[in-house]
Design a protein around this ligand. Structure first.
Ligand code: MG
Length: 395
């Protein structure tokens, strides 16, 4: 194992031990159906390609991140696809700077939201609530695993995308720890160990991306007020003040964007430095040591983590749970719940391939899988057809 080359501006003594990175070999590149190596693409580069070319990935373009198109009348708000691409950019930067496996981090970022249902978190909550009435749960990470191991049918040779073990493990474990007793079906994914750093960093790359991007989209949509953001988010206020000093004649919109960029950069830099600090403190010198460490090591420093939490709470109170969005969330919940109930009570209404799965999965799971795969516009038209059908019936 060679030392990673020092990145410009970084002291080599502060680099993460390169042995802590996932290599392009060994058990972590195993696929459920064995395949010969590609002539010139690494296993994780192939996984990036497979995710990028998947239908479920393309459907992210039609899924809500925070705003639906009708809420903002803007072509510039993030969709779940553009959010995903931003997370991938951040994850690559962190992985590259730390000498980690860039392609693995990229694959995990590209796939991290692939299991999200339509209508953002409101859709996910509604689907989970609907399933709970049948003793089941909806979890977007576990749904993502079902997509890449089964639903996404692209090749005659195997079901799903046949991704490497490292990517499947990262899908399951990037944002939370599942208990082995509650999830025996996940036993292949080493639930008693932490995932590689490439997977651990995805959760914060995701949060850094959405905290800054959603603030921008919220301001752009007029739901967030610039003075309120400055009063409520010290991390933003600090960078805004500095930017305003630097560019006294700049228009507000550019100052705002520059401040958000600086805020993003500050969090990414802090995360990189804190991972190095944690690795030093815990004596991390191998992937095995990452896995057996007493805690996850992809963390922000205590100070910045507290500021991140303030920013997150601010967005919850003023954006995600704002009156304008809540009205839409209630409507989303009603649509998901009504269609779920209708299809569970009469699975004959489902399209053929989903109806066929009722026998093996049970109607609630088969219906939830069908709904979870929909884009916002697809579920809207399904809702309209169903409503018209209901109106016709009651005449
Ligand atoms: Mg995300």
């Amino acid at each position: 194992m060679t030392d990673p080359s020092p990145t410009e501006g970084n002291s080599p003594t502060l680099m993460l031990p390169s042995a802590a990175a996932v290599e392009d070999g060994g058990a972590l590149v195993c696929r459920e159906s064995p395949e010969p190596d590609h002539a010139y693409r690494s296993p994780f580069a192939r996984d990036c390609g497979r995710i990028l070319h998947a239908r479920a990935f393309r459907r992210l373009a039609g899924k809500t991140q925070v705003f639906t198109r009708s809420q903002t009348e803007s072509d510039h708000s993030r969709s779940r696809l553009t959010h995903t691409l931003e997370v991938a950019q951040i994850a690559r930067t962190i992985a590259e700077t730390l000498g980690l496996n860039i392609r693995l981090a990229e694959a995990l970022a590209l796939v991290h939201d692939i299991g999200h249902p339509p209508f953002g978190h409101a859709g996910e909550k509604a689907l989970d609530r609907a399933l709970q009435a049948h003793g089941l749960r909806f979890d977007h990470n576990l749904h993502a695993l079902r997509i890449v191991t089964g639903f996404e049918q692209r090749c005659p040779a195997f079901p799903g995308l046949n991704l490497t073990l490292a990517v499947r493990e990262g899908i399951v474990k990037h944002s939370r720890d599942y208990r082995a007793q509650e999830h025996p079906e996940l036993s292949a994914y080493l639930l008693d160990q932490f995932p590689p750093i490439e997977a651990q960093l995805i959760d914060l790359a995701d949060e850094i991306a959405y905290l800054t991007a959603d603030t921008e989209d919220g301001l752009e949509a007029g739901i967030l007020d610039l003075d309120a953001v400055r009063d409520g988010v010290p991390l933003f206020a600090r960078h805004y003040a500095q930017t305003a000093r630097e560019f006294p004649a700049a228009p507000t919109r550019l100052l705002r964007n520059e401040a958000l960029k600086a805020m993003l950069n500050a969090m990414v830099t802090d995360l990189i430095e804190e991972i190095r600090r944690q690795a030093r403190e815990l004596g991390i010198d191998s992937l095995e040591a990452v896995r057996r460490a007493p805690r996850r090591i992809a963390l922000l420093s205590a100070g910045l983590d507290a500021e991140r939490e303030v920013a997150r709470r601010f967005l919850y109170a003023n954006l995600y749970q704002s009156e304008m969005l809540e009205a839409e969330h209630r409507r989303a919940s009603e649509i998901v719940q009504s269609l779920f109930d209708a299809w569970v009570s009469d699975p004959e209404l489902l399209p053929d391939d989903h109806r066929l799965r009722v026998q093996s999965e049970g109607a609630p799971r088969a219906v939830a899988d069908y709904i979870a795969g929909m884009t916002d516009s697809y579920i809207e038209s399904a809702w309209q057809s169903w409503s018209q059908h209901q109106t016709g019936e009651s005449r």
